[in-house]
Design a protein around this ligand. Structure first.
Ligand SMILES: Cc1cc2nc3c(=O)[nH]c(=O)nc-3n(C[C@H](O)[C@H](O)[C@H](O)COP(=O)(O)OP(=O)(O)OC[C@H]3O[C@@H](n4cnc5c(N)ncnc54)[C@H](O)[C@@H]3O)c2cc1C
Length: 452
């Protein structure tokens, strides 16, 4: 069943022996227990993947629908993107702009997706309050920073577009305004501030979501890679792990950027894992922050298509992340050096500041550039929830909840789910060449980011 197609990246990218050496792993405190599954058991729903999607689905299925749920995570809990991301709880899970979404699916569906995105941001805060989750929330919004003077015009157009389509209010900020907000930099030409998004400690969030799901009765097993999905006839599907099997009426695939083509033929060639990399500095002193003119704890990203995202963490460390790079293994070092050069160029006052942590991981793209919550191959027992395009803190949490409602047979329990995300992710043409397509796109983006 497994390994029908070769993985796109080298084996080290899938090595689940340890958590990545991230600042989050260094600062999250004690992990929850992650005993592997060690018996043959049954459940109403089995979930493959213990990130935000899988854990949110498990929590909601157990808490709100009284279902018996088992989560199987290949690595230690928090191993996937959920435990290693930038912690931006924001919107942006489709790479289609609002105009393109509207043209393709209609104004009503685009508006439903807009509402779902903001519902997702609110859901993280709501869950944290309801379940007492330790998420280390920080900041009041996200600043999109024009990396060239002409990008300010685009931000102005975006502001008008958001107001016209959805009545959303944002603030256009000039260079003096950026300095006043503690977001100064010699290469920023103004910005658009979107109120609402906030930062979280992603690994603490993941772990506390796992603990909450357990409190409500879900079984959550780490170090339990699913090696095969078998047909169990009237009993449903059987998931086979090295030391135990789960037979469940329904199965949720919540593996996002770590979905390997061999997991199930119905998903092979339908996702594109894309690298995102992060560095974190030592804590900056008050003088260093003043020298750069940066003291805001709000989220920030630039207007490049190969975007950089950054935030000052609660203890004064600076987190800086970016996309790009299509090679793991030896290629990782090149990618990290490029990221550090971009960081030092953008924040020249911090030339000599030590970088203490670097790591990377996979975000998940779909060919049609939006998330999916759908049956796999029209097989009612098997659902997938994935492809958040690098904005999964909120969207994976939201989609996990929507998956719970769907699998409990109450799809509208938490409100409407945009129709277009309920289609299966389309297969990439020539899936073996996905990374070549990505390289060509990066080349185009790099040129347009710097020369247009
Ligand atoms: C470096 C980086 C920075 C990011 N920054 C942000 C950000 O700031 N804001 C934001 O919103 N999003 C960000 N993202 C994206 C976000 O982290 C993801 O969209 C989100 O975590 C997806 O959650 P998930 O639960 O669907 O998948 P994941 O958290 O990736 O979990 C999938 C899990 O499935 C497991 N798995 C795979 N195969 C199997 C199997 N056969 N058996 C058992 N388990 C299996 C994997 O081990 C993995 O842990 C970032 C991602 C990365 C990598």
């Amino acid at each position: 069943m497994m390994r029908l197609m070769r993985d796109l990246y080298s084996p080290d990218a899938y090595d689940t022996a340890h958590l990545p050496d991230s600042w989050w792993a260094a600062s999250a405190g004690d992990p929850p227990a992650d005993e592997p599954l060690a018996a043959d058991i049954t459940a109403d729903v089995a979930v493959i993947g213990g990130g935000f999607t899988g854990l949110s689905a498990a929590l909601h299925l157990a808490r709100d629908f009284g279902r018996r749920v088992v989560v199987l995570e290949a690595g230690p809990l928090g191993w996937g993107a959920s435990g290693r991301n930038g912690g931006f709880c924001c919107t942006g899970a489709s790479k289609l702009g609002w105009e393109a979404l509207t043209r393709r699916y209609g104004a009503e569906s685009a508006a439903a997706f807009f509402r779902a995105q903001w519902d997702g941001v609110g859901l993280v805060r709501q869950l944290a309050a309801e379940e007492g989750l330790d998420i280390e929330a920080q900041g009041r919004g996200e600043m999109l920073l024009a990396h060239k003077p002409n990008r300010l015009k685009e931000l102005e157009a975006e502001q008008a577009d958001l107001r016209r389509r959805f009545g959303q209010e944002t603030d256009l900020v000039d260079v003096a305004g950026l300095a006043a907000r503690g977001m100064a930099g010699p290469h920023f030409h103004g910005g658009l501030f979107v109120p609402g998004p906030f930062g979280v400690h992603p690994l603490r969030y993941t772990w506390s979501l796992a603990r909450a799901a357990r409190r409500h009765g879900a079984a959550v097993h780490g170090r339990s890679p699913v090696r095969a999905i078998e047909d169990a006839g009237a009993a449903g599907l059987r998931l086979v792990t090295p030391h135990g099997r789960v037979t469940a009426a329904r199965v949720l695939i919540a593996t996002n950027g770590y979905t390997r083509d061999g997991l199930h033929p119905g998903l092979a060639g339908r996702t594109l894992p894309v690298l995102s990399s992060i560095l974190v500095t030592r804590p900056l002193t008050a003088d260093e922050l003043a020298a750069q003119g940066w003291h805001s704890g709000d989220l920030a990203a630039d207007t490049r298509r190969l975007l950089h995202y950054f935030r000052l963490l609660p203890d004064g460390r600076f987190l800086f992340g970016g996309r790009g790079g299509t090679r793991t293994g030896a290629g990782v070092e090149v990618m990290h050096r490029r990221l550090e050069r971009a960081f030092r160029a953008m924040f020249p006052a911090w030339q000599a500041v030590t970088v203490t942590h670097r790591w990377n991981g996979f975000v998940c793209l779909a060919l049609d550039l939006h998330p999916h919550l759908a049956e796999v191959r029209g097989e009612g027992r098997l659902t997938c929830a994935l492809a958040y395009h690098g904005a999964g803190v909120s969207t994976a949490t939201w989609t996990g909840r929507a998956a719970a409602a769907r699998m409990a047979g109450r799809p509208l329990h938490y409100g409407p789910v945009p129709d277009f995300i309920q289609r299966p992710p389309p297969r990439f043409p020539l899936p073996g060449l996905r990374l070549w397509g990505l390289r060509a796109a990066y080349l185009r983006y790099g040129l347009s980011d710097e020369w247009l």
